[in-house]
Design a protein around this ligand. Structure first.
Ligand SMILES: *[C@@H]1O[C@H](CO)[C@@H](O)[C@H](O)[C@H]1NC(C)=O
Length: 272
């Protein structure tokens, strides 16, 4: 009996499955009633009006994981709004893995902005258009974070990989547990066409919706390596998909922005 209990306790350390109910996995952290959990925990909505946006944060901190979240972005004229979905630790040397969705005028394309911070340093932006209208339906936005790489995916299609190149002197997030965050806020100073198009407050409140959070993740490093996602890398199909996305939908890549790096590109740019 003792041995049985011991094994149960051990298996608790081997990555866990989270999801299915926003009440269980998240806290609404700001927005004074503008964020709502609905439908017995199956749906979450964030809203933004002239006085405030809103946001939520996971109850757990995770160290590595495979995280899926379905989002339906602000429809119609969403210019000036930013919907964020990211992992982050705290402090000046924090790590962060970012998805940000920059709104636009009706029928104009959203920009999906991505970035990675390791030990407080970001500056690794890549931006994409999407191959569908992200305001019509829910779509799945995923982060696979393991010691080998960080893979950003949209509806199962990988769009970006940030490899662990610590052996070449590139910092990689792997020691600081991160929370999952999301928010909807106003950034009319820069979000849409670099700030040219402002928020139309007559359209407020703006609303983004969330469903089907699903994470295979570790809240502790112990035995996490037993999970298959822990050593998952991009397969050939994945590499082909990334190439397709980067060729057809990538609109900004810090690794090709020579104005920004007159002294030469960061080391990871020549190693991917
Ligand atoms: C908004 O639409 C304009 C015009 O099509 C485009 O240049 C821009 O990249 C789009 N997205 C954002 C967030 O500005």
């Amino acid at each position: 009996m003792k041995i049985f209990v011991f094994f149960l306790a051990l298996s608790g350390l081997v990555g866990a499955v989270f999801g299915g109910n926003f009440y269980k996995d998240f806290d609404i952290t700001w927005g004074d009633g503008r964020a709502k959990i609905l439908d017995n925990g199956k749906l979450l909505t964030l809203s933004l009006d002239k006085s405030s946006g809103s946001g939520f944060r996971s109850k757990n901190q995770y160290l590595f994981g495979k995280i899926d979240l379905q989002i339906k972005l602000v429809p119609g004229n969403s210019a000036g709004t930013v919907t964020t979905y990211y992992l982050s630790s705290l402090g000046s040397t924090h790590d962060e893995i970012d998805f940000e969705f920059l709104g636009n005028l009706s029928a104009e394309p959203y920009i999906l902005h991505t970035n990675v911070y390791a030990q407080g340093k970001g500056d690794k932006e890549q931006q994409f258009y999407l191959w569908f209208d992200p305001t019509k339906d829910f779509h799945t936005y995923s982060i696979l974070w393991n010691p080998l790489s960080i893979i950003f995916s949209v509806d199962g299609t990988p769009i970006r990989q940030f490899k662990n190149l610590e052996s070449k002197g590139v910092a990689y997030p792997k020691k600081q547990p991160m929370w999952i965050y999301s928010s909807l806020w106003d950034a009319e100073e820069w979000a849409t066409r670099g700030g040219l198009v402002k928020t139309d407050w007559s359209q407020a409140p703006f609303t983004a919706s969330y469903t089907n959070f699903n994470a295979l993740a570790c809240t502790t490093t112990a035995s996490c390596s037993a999970n298959s996602w822990f050593s998952q890398a991009l397969d050939i199909t994945g590499q082909q998909r990334i190439k397709w996305v980067q060729k057809n939908y990538m609109i900004y890549n810090y690794c090709t922005d020579s104005k920004r790096f007159p002294q030469g590109f960061p080391p990871e740019c020549s190693l991917v």
